[in-house]
Design a protein around this ligand. Sequence first.
Ligand code: NAG
Ligand code: NAG
Ligand code: NAG
Ligand code: NAG
Length: 364
Amino acid sequence: MKQKMMARLLRTSFALVFLGLFGVLGAATISCRNEEGKAVDWFTFYKLPKRQNKESGETGLEYLYLDSTTRSWRKSEQLMNTTKSVLGRTLQQLYEAYASKSNNTAYLIYNDGVPKSVNCSRKYGHTKGLLLWNRVQGFWLIHSIPQFPPVPEEGYDYPPTGRRNGQSGICITFKYNQYEAIDSQLLVCNPNVYSCSIPATFHQELIHMPQLCNRASSSEIPGRLLTTLQSAQGQKFLHFAKSDSFLDDIFAAWMAQRLKTHLLTETWQRKRQELPSNCSLPYHVYNIKAIKLSRHSYFSSYQDHAKWCTSQKGTKNRWTCIGDLNRSPHQAFRSGGFICTQNWHIYQAFQGLVLYYKSCNQTW
Ligand SMILES: *[C@@H]1O[C@H](CO)[C@@H](O)[C@H](O)[C@H]1NC(C)=O
Ligand SMILES: *[C@@H]1O[C@H](CO)[C@@H](O)[C@H](O)[C@H]1NC(C)=O
Ligand SMILES: *[C@@H]1O[C@H](CO)[C@@H](O)[C@H](O)[C@H]1NC(C)=O
Ligand SMILES: *[C@@H]1O[C@H](CO)[C@@H](O)[C@H](O)[C@H]1NC(C)=O
């Protein structure tokens, strides 16, 4: 009798533990995904430009890829326009959430260049990205691709506007307890949100994202904000966010000095609209001019719409940042941000791409 009761009790508690675990794990699966569709803590990608002078069969859809489980860049197996690409796999979770109309999942998609619109909004930040999360965890994708992604009802696609030039991005998986900090960073970035759903269950902790989603004018926006963030697996990041009232070059005036490192920056710099390499302040900023893919393969920064920087070789404090803004005088007037890490593999990967950068006082 006693044994029977014991057995029943055990069975019930097993069932409860199992259901409990399933409930948590089932809800916890929102994360960055690799090309196999497996959850990864973070990944970064570098979509390669389509070089005009080459008859190499480049489509402008190939990319380099690095994640928390690999150690160096890999050439993608898939083209960026397929649902099996790393962005396709990761965004699949957005389409599932959208279709289920689940009221415990939230998303926010923003881009200064809205899909299928000819207008680029200057009213909002020069910032592009996507967040998808529930009360357990989610991911933040920060990227440079104009007019990407399409609204969720249209499913996955990669726009022609992202094809010719190089593009960069990073996806990081965060536990829900990081979202309050992200909420404040996003406010400062002043994103142009073109698709979103933030159910009421989040409105207590997250103040700004529901307002951004409703395009309600917000409370006072700080000039700049810096926060530490930690990925679900414990990788540390620093996020710099500047508003349009911080009227300066984010790299020279803030990031290099704060990170205490000389930075090599790769951004979209059109001719006669570039801020030169800058050695005025204690920590310098140098413009990268050419990217090397291998000993025989390289491309010019004029073909690159990516936005990233990395510590100069040989200096201490080895940082790498990926984000929103270019080294152009006009970008002082725009909001946007960068996410930075001291992860060794990310540093090695980006450092390895630098072929040539301009020193200060160099006129050619
Ligand atoms: C992706 O782009 C390639 C090269 O342009 C094209 O052949 C292919 O049909 C595209 N695939 C999809 C799913 O759009
Ligand atoms: C949202 O969740 C609440 C509480 O679980 C439930 O009562 C409600 O029906 C849900 N709404 C929708 C639209 O699914
Ligand atoms: C683009 O901007 C112009 C001028 O501001 C406006 O008239 C037009 O409606 C906008 N088009 C779209 C698609 O938003
Ligand atoms: C270097 O950058 C700082 C901060 O933006 C700026 O004040 C300074 O004028 C710049 N120096 C040169 C030579 O452009």
